[in-house]
Design a protein around this ligand. Structure first.
Ligand code: ADP
Ligand code: MG
Length: 577
C-alpha cells in the first residue's frame, strides 16, 4: 500500500464518520446521506462528460426517470421491491435508445438533444398530474422501513462501491479509448476505435450510475418533484462535477459535498442558489480548471516535494514476459510479406463537379517506399483519405493484400493500415507510451496491458525515443510529435503505412533520423506510401515516385527517371525553383 492510498483511506474513514463528530457545522447525517446519493448519480455524468467529453445537458432526466417509473408501477400494483429494479432497468434501456439516436450527431446536437430530454421528463411529470403527482410530486414508499442511520450506512456503502467501480472500470485500455474519443474522434477511428459504440457504452454505463443514485435519493426523501428531472437540475449536476474536478475519481463526491454543504450553512436560502452555482462556475473556470481535486492534487504535490520523496513511488520497469500469441501472429504476418500490398485500380473521388482524384492506378509492394508528390491541390490528401476510409471512392477499387477494402469503415482498416497525419494527432495528456498502446489496444490478438506497454516501449526505443517515453506529450517539443506519431502508426507492424508529410517541420538532423526510421520499417517488410514535399528527402528514401497533378497520375518511376521527366518539371518541380 502506498502513502497515497493510505492517506486516501484515512480521509475516506474520517469523511464517513464526520457527520457524527459534529466538527463541521451543518454537516448532519441526513445531509451527508443526500450528498452521498447525489454523488453516486454524479459519477455517471462524470463518466459521460468529465471523462468522455460528451456534453450531456439533460442528465437529470435519467436521475428522476427510474423513481417515476418505479413509483408509477408501484401505484398500479407492482410490489416496490420489484418496481425499483424494474424502474432502473427501464431507465437504462431508455438511455441506451437515446444513445443510439443522439450519439451519431455532432457534439452540439447531442447537447441540445439531451437538453430536450430533460424538458420532456419534467414536462411529462407536470402534464399528467393524475399519474405523476404533478407539481406537488410523486410520493414514494420505501419497500423496507429503515432508520436514519440505516439510510446513512446504505448511502456510504453505495457511494463507496460506485467510486470504487468507477476507478476500476475507467483505467487502462478503456480510459485510453475514452480519452482518444474525447480528444479526437477521427484519430480514434483511424486507430481502430468504433467511436459511436464507445460513446454509446459510456453514455449507457454513466446513465446507470445516474439512475441508481437517483432512485436511492428519491426513496430516501420519499418524494419526487418534476424539477428533479429537469434542465436546472441537469445544469446543477454539471456544475457539481466541474467544481469537484471533472474526469477525476473523487470529483463527483467532492463537488456534491461542497455544494450541498454550502447551501446548508447558507441556511438553505434558495435565493442564493443561482448565485452560488454561477460564481462556482466562474471561479473554477478561471482559477481551478481541474476543480477541487486539482487544487488538492497541487497541494499534495507541493507537500511531497517538501518532504523530498518525489519520484519514490515510480515502479521499476517490468521484466519482459515470454512471447505472446500476438507476437507470434505478427512474426507470421511479417514473414508472409512479399509481393503486392496495396493496389489502387482506377480510383476516382469527385466532390460534386470537382474531380479531386481521377482514375488513379498504382501499387505499393511490401518492403517498398513509394513517395506521392505533386503541387498543392493535386489530390494527394484526398487519395490518402480514400485509402484509409475517411472518404468513400466515387469509382475504382482499393485492394489490400488482395482483398477489396473499399467498403470497410475507417476503424476496421486500422489493423492493416497505420497512418500518420500532416498535423500530428496525439492525445496531449497521455505519454508517448500510452499513445502507442492506444493503437495496440484495438488490434486483433490478446490485449494484455503489460504486453502493450512492453511492445510500445520497445518500439519507442527502436526509434531512439526512450528518454521521452513517460512524459506527457504536451511537455514534449513539437518536432518529436511527428516521430512519436510514426511510432504509433507503425506499432503492431501493419502491412501498409500511410505517412502524410512526415518531414515537414523537422530539423535537418531529424529528417536524417526520419529517413533511417523509414528504412528500418521497410527492412521489416512494411509497404510505405508517403506524401512529401521535401524533394531531397524523397530522392534519398523513395524506391519509386508517383506524381499527381490536378487529380491525375502524370508520372511514375524511379526518383532518377521522375525527376528528369519534363512534364513533372513543368507541373511541379519548376514551380519550386
Ligand atoms: P493535396 O493534398 O494534393 O494538396 P487535396 O487532396 O487536399 O490536395 O485536394 C484536392 C482537391 O480536392 C482540392 O481542389 C481541394 O480543394 C478538393 N477537396 C479536398 N477535400 C474536399 C472536400 N471534402 N470537399 C470538397 N473539395 C475537397
Ligand atoms: Mg495535402
Amino acid at each position: 500500500m502506498t502513502v497515497r492510498q493510505l492517506t486516501i483511506g484515512c480521509f475516506a474513514l474520517l469523511a464517513a464518520v464526520l457527520p457524527y463528530l459534529g466538527l463541521l457545522p451543518g454537516w448532519t447525517p441526513a445531509l451527508a446521506t443526500i450528498t452521498a446519493f447525489a454523488a453516486l448519480s454524479l459519477i455517471g455524468l462524470n463518466l459521460i462528460f468529465g471523462v468522455t467529453g460528451m456534453l450531456a445537458l439533460g442528465q437529470a432526466a435519467f436521475v428522476a426517470l427510474p423513481g417515476y417509473l418505479a413509483g408509477i408501477m408501484h401505484v398500479s400494483g407492482v410490489p416496490a421491491i420489484v418496481a425499483i429494479p424494474l424502474g432502473i432497468a427501464s431507465a437504462v434501456l431508455i438511455a441506451r435508445l437515446v444513445a443510439e439516436i443522439f450519439i451519431r450527431l455532432p457534439g452540439i446536437y447531442f447537447a441540445i438533444g439531451t437538453l430536450g430530454l430533460a424538458f420532456v421528463v419534467e414536462g411529462l411529470a407536470r402534464a399528467f398530474p393524475s399519474i405523476t403527482g404533478g407539481a406537488s410530486g410523486l410520493m414514494l414508499e420505501p419497500p423496507v422501513a429503515m432508520q436514519a442511520d440505516g439510510w446513512y450506512i446504505l448511502a456510504v456503502v453505495s457511494v463507496a462501491l460506485g467510486t470504487a467501480s468507477f476507478a476500476w472500470l475507467v483505467r487502462g485500455r478503456f480510459l485510453r479509448t475514452l480519452k482518444l474519443v474525447r480528444h479526437d474522434e477521427l484519430a480514434a477511428q483511424v486507430l481502430g476505435i468504433n467511436v459511436a459504440r464507445v460513446k454509446a457504452q459510456a453514455f449507457t454505463i454513466g446513465s446507470t450510475y445516474s439512475a441508481v443514485g437517483g432512485i436511492l435519493l428519491a426513496y430516501y426523501v420519499r418524494v419526487l418533484a418534476p424539477e428533479s428531472g429537469g434542465v436546472n437540475a441537469s445544469l446543477e449536476a454539471l456544475a457539481m462535477v466541474v467544481i469537484g474536478g471533472s474526469g477525476s475519481v473523487f470529483g463527483p463526491l467532492l463537488g456534491a459535498a461542497a455544494i450541498h454543504w454550502l447551501f446548508a450553512v447558507a441556511g438553505g436560502a434558495e435565493r442564493f442558489e443561482l448565485l452560488v452555482y454561477g460564481l462556482g462556475f466562474f471561479l473554477v473556470v478561471l482559477y481551478a480548471p481541474a476543480g477541487i481535486v486539482g487544487a488538492l492534487r497541487l497541494g499534495w504535490a507541493i507537500g511531497e516535494a517538501q518532504l523530498g520523496q518525489r519520484g519514490a513511488g515510480t515502479p521499476a520497469p517490468a521484466a519482459a514476459p515470454p512471447m505472446t500469441a500476438r507476437d507470434a501472429a505478427a512474426v507470421r504476418a511479417a514473414s508472409a510479406r512479399e509481393g503486392t500490398c496495396l493496389e489502387l485500380e482506377n480510383v476516382s473521388k469527385h466532390f460534386g463537379g470537382l474531380r479531386a482524384v481521377q482514375d488513379v492506378s498504382f501499387t505499393v509492394r511490401f518492403g517498398q517506399i513509394v513517395a506521392l508528390i505533386g503541387p498543392n491541390g493535386a489530390g494527394k490528401s484526398t487519395l490518402f483519405n480514400v485509402i484509409s476510409g475517411i472518404e468513400m471512392p466515387t469509382q475504382g477499387r482499393i485492394l489490400l493484400q488482395g482483398a477489396d477494402i473499399g467498403e470497410l469503415p475507417i476503424h476496421r482498416r486500422a489493423a492493416s493500415i497505420g497512418r500518420s497525419f500532416q498535423v500530428p494527432r496525439l492525445v496531449p495528456d497521455l505519454t508517448p507510451i500510452d499513445n502507442v498502446v492506444a493503437r495496440l489496444d484495438h488490434l486483433p490478438g490478446d490485449a494484455r496491458e503489460i504486453d502493450g506497454q512492453r511492445v510500445a516501449r520497445a518500439q519507442l526505443e527502436a526509434f531512439g525515443l526512450s528518454a521521452l517515453a513517460d512524459r506527457p506529450v504536451n511537455q514534449i517539443g513539437l518536432g518529436y510529435h511527428k516521430l512519436i506519431e510514426l511510432v504509433r502508426a507503425s506499432a503492431g507492424q501493419p502491412p501498409l503505412l500511410l505517412l502524410d508529410e512526415p518531414a515537414v517541420g523537422l530539423t535537418a538532423d531529424e529528417v536524417t533520423q526520419l529517413a533511417d526510421l523509414l528504412r528500418l520499417l521497410k527492412s521489416q517488410g512494411a509497404a510505405i506510401l508517403v506524401v512529401e514535399h521535401n524533394v531531397g528527402f524523397v530522392e534519398t528514401v523513395a524506391d519509386e515516385i508517383v506524381v499527381m497533378d490536378s487529380g491525375r497520375l502524370i508520372a511514375q518511376g524511379t526518383p532518377q527517371a521522375v525527376m528528369t521527366n519534363p512534364e513533372v518539371r513543368d507541373a511541379y518541380l519548376g514551380a519550386l525553383t
